[in-house]
Design a protein around this ligand. Structure first.
Ligand code: SF4
Ligand code: SF4
Length: 91
């Protein structure tokens, strides 16, 4: 089973409260490498039509890689509340 198939087994209970927020001004002002666009295993970060960084937090795997990779402290990140977030299935 490849990684895409394994990820397809995961179930998400989506919280209406965001658990990841981006300081877009910092992204636009100081960040040249945009590491978050490349390190997220679920490819949740993207640049929108206005040129601003966005994250589709609903599909977050809660690995924390984006937080570690951001050298500019532009992210606020915490785990989703209570029973919300990803629920891993072993297949
Ligand atoms: S790495 Fe950090 S500062 Fe750069 S675009 Fe991503 S969140 Fe913004
Ligand atoms: S915590 Fe992991 S899966 Fe979630 S947005 Fe960051 S890099 Fe992507």
């Amino acid at each position: 089973m490849n990684i895409e198939a394994k990820l397809g087994l995961d179930v998400f209970k989506i919280d209406k409260e965001r658990h990841i927020t981006i300081d877009v001004e910092v992204c636009n002002r100081v960040c040249t490498d945009k590491a978050c666009l490349y390190v997220c295993p679920a490819h949740l970060y993207e640049i929108d039509d206005q040129g601003n960084n966005t994250v589709n937090f609903e599909g977050c795997l809660e690995c924390g890689t984006c937080l570690i990779s951001c050298d500019h402290r532009a992210l606020e990140w915490h785990y989703p509340r209570g029973e919300y977030g990803v629920q891993y299935r072993m297949g």
